[in-house]
Design a protein around this ligand. Structure first.
Ligand code: ASP
Length: 321
């Protein structure tokens, strides 16, 4: 039997010691641990990597601490437009949705797209029509209301600026606030059969407009899985991750250049992406069950659990295990 591993993230950014009091730290700890347990249970019961990824992401989407599902940020029009993608490494099957509204768990809609639409990526109203045709329930707008994110949006809604989950002093816009972060969520898993999968879900960026779509639902940019190389879920300033085609670039370094998972992640995140000015990070696994956390920001909400006995929940500092 293959080693099995689940890795999750809840966003990267300027997450540093001192930014959270003990109570908030405990909330994040509990949220990450709960999602980790949900996904890991699937792997323990000999479920697939794909189902483990979906289960972990559903738990994160249902928690308003994260910018995905229930906790999604506000757009310029005061709405919530969500992006998600899921990919199966065994056969490269993929499903994704972009700019979807009122869906409780966009990752489940992405999975439905993969299994039942005959397409890979559906957007906006068309994605809603598909959701309706598959019997998905629609949540009212106030299900997604969150005072903190509302206030963040009110601060900048009359400007043309967009920003991350928290105020960002690296993006032009509002008064500098060093405690910004990217609150996207993601999961990657390797199951007992040695198959891998990846998923990512996000509300995108506060005050985004014109149907802006980030890297998360784009195959090869924010999300990618291929049993032959790796499964990756990214979080960060999406425009850079799109331009650098981050997730697929890592897979290419492994496939064509023979780099290790760790070396490939580091080349892309710590060197190429950083030189472009792209801040953020990612989680990765391969079919042997090895995993990596890699980020060029101060921190990343992250957690791992594996059949080798590895277990960790962390937020700050060194990406090393
Ligand atoms: N990558 C996401 C986006 O640009 C944001 C994030 O990771 O929080 O939409």
């Amino acid at each position: 039997m293959n080693n099995y591993t689940l890795v999750i993230h809840g966003g990267a950014g300027n997450i540093h010691p001192g930014m959270m009091d003990a109570a908030l730290e405990k909330e994040y700890q509990l949220a990450l641990q709960t999602a980790l347990n949900k996904g890991y249970q699937v792997l323990e019961q000999k479920g697939t990597a794909l189902d483990a990824v979906a289960a972990a992401i559903v738990a994160l989407e249902n928690n308003p601490l994260f910018n995905a599902g229930k906790g999604s940020v506000f757009t310029k029009k005061g709405l919530h437009e969500m992006d998600a993608c899921i990919m199966n490494g065994a056969d490269l099957q993929t499903g994704a949705v972009a700019g979807v509204r009122n869906i409780q768990n966009p990752i489940l809609l992405a999975k439905e797209v993969m299994l039942h639409s005959g397409h890979v990526l559906l957007s906006g109203n068309g994605a809603s029509e598909f959701a309706m045709s598959r019997g998905f329930a629609f949540m009212p707008d106030d299900y997604f209301y969150n005072k903190e994110r509302y206030d963040q949006w009110v601060d900048i809604r009359d400007t043309d600026f967009y920003q991350l989950d928290h105020k960002d002093d690296n993006l032009k816009g509002t008064a500098p606030n060093p405690d910004y972060k990217f609150g996207t969520v993601g999961a990657v898993a390797c199951d007992h059969q040695g198959h891998i999968a990846a998923g990512t879900s996000t509300g995108g960026m506060t005050n985004k407009r014109f149907g802006r779509i980030g890297d998360s639902p784009i195959v090869g940019a924010g999300t990618y899985a291929n049993d032959a190389t790796c499964a990756i879920s990214c979080t960060g300033h999406g425009e850079y991750f799109l331009r650098a085609v981050v997730a697929h670039d890592i897979a290419c370094l492994i496939e064509y250049k023979g780099l290790s998972l760790k070396a490939a992640c580091e080349v892309v995140v710590l060197d190429k992406l950083k030189k472009m000015g792209g801040e953020g990070g990612l989680i990765a696994v391969n079919a042997a069950g090895d995993y990596e956390f890699c980020f060029n920001s101060a921190g990343m909400y992250r957690a791992v659990k594996s059949s080798k006995g590895e277990e960790l929940v962390a937020y700050y500092g060194q990406a090393s295990k």
